[in-house]
Design a protein around this ligand. Structure first.
Ligand SMILES: [Zn+2]
Length: 218
């Protein structure tokens, strides 16, 4: 079994979050973020780095721009990928992507600068039908032209509505991807509900690996 992990964005601060996971002949893009503090190409992850790799699936952990904002660009690179997220993330993603375009256009008008959004409204409209949503604790298999042996299960990350920790099961190996996690309860959100063991960077109890370390980000 060949497993490869390639980070494509900035993993240490709020930036463009995007991670590539190769499992034998299958490829998964985990998050497709946009760096809110950067402009143009500098704001998006380095998708060219995996241009020649298979990308069968794109999984969005939650609807914040730094995890979602370059999804239309990612689909330009990987038009055959299926896009998976929770139902709440799908609903929020639609709102957020259109909102991003409006904010950019307003900024451009107010500051009288040429500040074009990285994607158009019609591009967003065209990708919405690609979203496939699954609830927490509802395992599903990734599909390409045929069904894969990669099973995905979303866990409640407790960060924002619909946010998910992503459990990836492949031929007896388990990998857990955490986008942003809030383990303690907030005023309107319960804390994260992750597997009882194994979500820990650098350790493998219960057979889990961590694609990115759990963190508590507001
Ligand atoms: Zn977030």
């Amino acid at each position: 079994m060949a497993i490869e992990y390639i980070p494509l964005g900035d993993t240490n601060r709020i930036g463009a979050s995007a991670h590539y996971l190769r499992l034998d002949d299958w490829g998964i893009l985990l998050d497709a973020g946009l760096d809110p503090g950067d402009q143009g190409e500098a704001a998006i992850p380095d998708y060219e780095r995996i241009q020649d790799q298979p990308v069968n699936a794109i999984i969005i952990s939650h609807a914040h721009l730094d995890h979602l904002g370059s999804l239309p660009v990612a689909i330009r690179y990987f038009p055959h990928a299926r896009v998976y997220m929770t139902p709440a993330t799908a609903a929020l993603s639609e709102v957020l992507l259109f909102h991003y375009i409006r904010v950019r256009q307003r900024q451009a008008a107010e500051e009288k600068v040429k500040l074009s959004p990285l994607f158009s409204a019609s591009e967003v409209e065209n990708i919405l039908f690609l979203f496939q949503s699954f609830d927490y604790n509802f395992p599903f298999k990734i599909h390409g032209f045929q069904e894969s042996q990669i099973e995905i299960r979303f866990w409640d990350a407790g960060h924002i509505l619909g946010s998910a920790g992503v459990e990836i099961n492949y031929r007896g190996r388990k990998i857990f991807y955490t986008g942003n996690t809030k383990s303690s309860a907030q005023f309107i959100m319960k804390g994260a509900k992750y597997p009882a063991s194994g979500v820990c960077p650098g350790s493998h109890p219960g057979g889990y690996d961590a694609a990115t370390p759990p963190d508590s980000t507001e």
